[in-house]
Design a protein around this ligand. Structure first.
Ligand SMILES: [Zn+2]
Length: 222
C-alpha cells in the first residue's frame, strides 16, 4: 500500500490548518481532498502544483470564515471544479447571502468584521450538503454540533485518520460562544469522539496533530 499523503499549510491571520489528503481518483490522476481552505488560495494552489495533485473535493469542517476564505479562488482554479461539501446545518455560511452571516459571526469573535471585509470574494454554494453517516471520498461524515450547528469531522476509518475541525484540538476544544455555538452539544460531540479507538490520529483545524488516545484527559473536563 502506498503511504497516505497528508500535508498541511497554515494559512491566514488565525493560523488555520488547511489539509491536503491524497485519495483514490480516476486512473492516472493524483487526486486529493482539500480540507478547510482557510485563506491564501495562492499558497494552497502552489502546494497542490508541487505535489502534482488535483483536488476532487473541497471539504469544510464548518462554515467559519477562517476555514473557508480561500474557497472561492481555490474552487475557481480547477476544471472540473472540485466538489464542495459541508454539513447541511452550516449551509448559511455559503452562497450569495452569506456575507452578512460572516460579518455577524466575525464581529462576535473579534469585535469587528474587518477581516471578512478585507478577504471577501463571492462565496460559492456547496454542491453537496452532508448528513451524519454520509460517505464522501474515503470519509464518513460525523456530525459534531457545538462549535457551530453543522460542525463535522471527516473520518477515514481504513487509515485511522480524523479531520476534527474546531471541535477537538490537542489538549483543548472549540469555543461555543459564537452564533450557532452550544456548550452542551460540544460536550456530547467530544464524548463521542473520545470514545473512538485510541489510535485514531486527529488532524485539527488549528494547532498540532494529536490522537484520540492522547486526549482522553479532556473527558474529565466534560
Ligand atoms: Zn471555527
Amino acid at each position: 500500500m502506498q503511504e497516505q499523503l497528508i500535508r498541511h499549510i497554515t494559512v491566514g491571520n488565525i493560523a488555520t490548518n488547511c489539509w491536503i489528503y491524497g485519495i483514490e481518483g480516476p486512473a492516472g490522476a493524483n487526486a486529493c481532498a482539500v480540507i478547510d481552505p482557510g485563506a491564501e488560495a495562492d499558497r494552497i494552489i502552489e502546494s497542490l502544483k508541487r505535489l502534482n495533485m488535483h483536488p476532487l473535493y473541497i471539504l469544510l469542517t464548518h462554515g467559519h470564515f477562517d476555514h473557508i476564505a480561500a474557497l472561492p479562488a481555490l474552487a475557481a482554479a480547477y476544471t472540473p471544479r472540485p466538489l464542495i461539501a459541508v454539513h447541511r446545518l452550516d449551509a448559511e455560511y455559503f452562497g450569495p447571502a452569506s456575507l452578512e452571516v460572516h460579518r455577524r459571526s466575525f464581529a462576535a469573535a473579534a469585535g469587528n468584521s474587518s477581516y471578512v471585509d478585507a478577504l471577501w470574494e463571492d462565496m460559492p454554494s456547496p454542491d453537496r450538503l452532508l448528513e451524519e453517516g454520509d460517505k464522501i471520498g474515503p470519509f464518513t461524515v460525523l456530525h459534531l454540533p457545538g462549535h457551530t450547528r453543522g460542525s463535522a469531522a471527516f473520518y477515514d476509518k481504513a487509515e485511522g485518520v480524523l479531520f476534527s475541525g474546531d471541535t477537538l484540538f490537542r489538549g483543548d476544544y472549540g469555543r461555543t460562544d459564537l452564533p450557532g455555538g452550544n456548550d452542551g452539544q460540544i460536550r456530547e460531540s467530544l464524548k463521542r469522539l473520545l470514545a473512538m479507538e485510541s489510535a485514531v490520529k486527529v488532524y485539527p483545524g488549528h494547532g498540532p496533530v494529536t490522537a484520540i488516545g492522547e486526549e482522553t484527559g479532556l473527558l474529565e473536563a466534560l
